[in-house]
Structure formats: C-alpha cells, structure tokens
Write a protein that binds this ligand. Sequence first.
Ligand SMILES: [Zn+2]
Ligand SMILES: [Zn+2]
Length: 406
Amino acid sequence: MGVRDDAEAIAPELVALRRAIHREPEIGLDLPGTQRKVLAALDGLPLEISLGTALSSVTAVLRGSGDARGGDGSGPVVLLRGDMDALPVTERTGLDFASETDGVMHACGHDLHTAMLAGAARLLAARRDELPGSVVFMFQPGEEGHAGARHMIAEGVLDAAGQRPVAAYALHVASADWPAGVISTRPGPMLAAAEVLAVTVHGHGGHGSEPYHAADPIPAACEMVTALQTLVTRKFDVFDPVVITVGSFHAGTTDNVIPDDAAFLATVRSFSPGARDKVRESALALVGGIAGAHGLTVSAEFRDGYPVTVNDEAETRFAARVAAGLLGEECCVPQLNPMTGAEDFSFVLEQVPGAYLMLGACPPGADPATAPNNHAPDAVFDDSVLAAGAALYAELALKRLAAAVP
Ligand SMILES: [Zn+2]
Ligand SMILES: [Zn+2]
C-alpha cells in the first residue's frame, strides 16, 4: 500500500486525536495537556524524543535504516513542523467536540497540524527501512505571537538529528479561501514580516483651559497616526508594500485635563527584508521628528517581530511536485500573492531552505469565498483533510531524503 492508503487507514485515530486536542486547547508556550497527548500518540514508535525546557515542545527524531551509507545515521535530515497552540477566542462553532475551556479555542487549526504530524511519524516509522536518512518532527508551542519556533531553535531543534536538515516543511490549514484538500504555495515571500510599533509621546499635563501652560501630547500623537499612513504611500514601492495599522490608542482621563502622555500600538507588516529595515528606520524617524517639532519627547520601539516567511524556490517547486503526485494535479494551485499574516516558521526558513504550504480545510457545504476565516470564533476546519496532510508530510520526507542521497 502507498503512503496515502496507509494514512487513510489511520484516519479515525487522527480524527480522534485532533478532536481531543480541540476539546482542551491551550495557549502560548506552555501546553502540558497537548504535550501529553502527543507523547501518548508517539508512544511505542522508534523515536528519539526530547522535551523543551523553556516551552512544552516535543522534538522527535526518526533514524532511517535505509541509509545508503550503511545505516550509520549519517544520512541527510529533513525537518517537519507542526504548531500546537490555540488562541484567546471564545468558540462559537457548536461542534460536539468544541472547546471545553472558556475563552480558548483552536481557531487557527493547529490541532489539525499536531494530529497530522503525529500521523506522519507513524507512517514514516512503518517505512523506516525505506528512509535513507533521518526525520526531525518539530511539535511546536507558541506560534501565535510567542515565537515558539525561535525558542525551539535556541534549544537545538535544528541540530536534533546531529546535523542540519537539508530541507524543512510546514503545512497550515485554512477554514476558508480554498476547498478542502487543496494545496497552495508560492516560491519567495509567502507570509509577511510582522512586528509591533509601540509609541509613547511624553508631554506635560495641565488644565484643559490653558494648553499654553502645558505640553499636550495628544495632538502630536494624532498627527503621528495620520503621518504613518502618508509614510506608507509616499516612501514605499507599491510592489514591495507595507501595512501599518494603529490598533490601540490611549491618552487622558477626562475632558478638561491635559495628560502627561499619549500612547499607541501599531502592527507593521512588510514582505522583504529591505522594506522591513526601511519601515523600522523611517517610522522611528517620523515619530521622533513630529515630537520634536512640537517640543515633546517620544519613546518608540519595534518589538515582538517575526521575519518574512520566505519559501526557497527549489524546495517549493519540489514540494508542489510531491503534493501533485500524491494528491493529484487538480489539488495543487499556485498562490499569486503572499499572505499578510505572519508565521514564526520564518525563523526556521531563515536557516534551512524549505517551504510552507497552505492546505484547504473548508468544511463540506461551506463556500471557501465566504466561510469564516482562521481566528474567527465560528471557524470550522474539516477533519477529512487529516489523512491527506499526514500523508503529504510523510511523502515530503521520503521523497526529499531519497533525492538527497545519490
Ligand atoms: Zn493563527
Ligand atoms: Zn496558525
């Protein structure tokens, strides 16, 4: 039987694992219950397992015995990544396996990634004889803003098998945009860089009736918000765009008191290292200049950044070919533009060539164009894609290791 058939045979177990994780979602870097479920799913497989210390990650290494160089473990390495964390969202899907934790939901489908990666470990363990190298399974907490991938890299995931992977792959499900089972990817920039611009304008408080005796930070902060939009349109190539959205703005307590400070937060997105460097530099210069023009001071910094997720050209072509061979040409569509979301798999792709692929998981009967999107409280991800996803992870490792060994 092929990998695809073997994956279909274990589909009921993958669905059960996914639903168990969905029922008990956890947020951030510490996911002890999810980690326990993963370890139970991997139990009995011939894997070298290590657990994270700064986060509840699981790193599992499968050493193939089909190593052309005598099975001594010196063959090439491929890394497969699945993220495991949920979001602070109150679920409104009405599913019978909906979240049992108030205010926490697997609204980005990472429960499916975890189950698919555990399934791939089983599929590949059964094919250990065919593996001319090793596979690193990266079960990662904290994708949603906690840079879990960066922590796992710091704890050595890229060297877990003794040498750097020749390639790294990640799948991400989508509750909308593509029909179930469709793979979409592109070479080059796949997702945006994202970071927070935090600004506090410092003035001097006073009576609202006598602003000339105070140093009012509010008008200057408002000017900064609109000037940032002008910056986007005047300083950046429309074909190498940036997005700046001020999502939080706070100042003052009442109508007749000028406050000391005004503060705002913006998300800043870009699609090339050049644009990212330029927006950091020019936004800080802009807010500094406006504060200075009004005789005020400002504290401004960029923080919590994820870099651009850049798909390697050759690895993306390879992954798309493997997906088309496994799932059928009709299931693979090229992605025209990068997505404006961000991903911490970008930290892996900064060091290892690889590809990030979207996997449609729009439920039956829903229109991908209008179905609730990832992160929505009513986003529903179709379980029926689990076998295809697990098979694709496994096939990518099998084919890539075979290609790496002459
Ligand atoms: Zn997400
Ligand atoms: Zn996600």
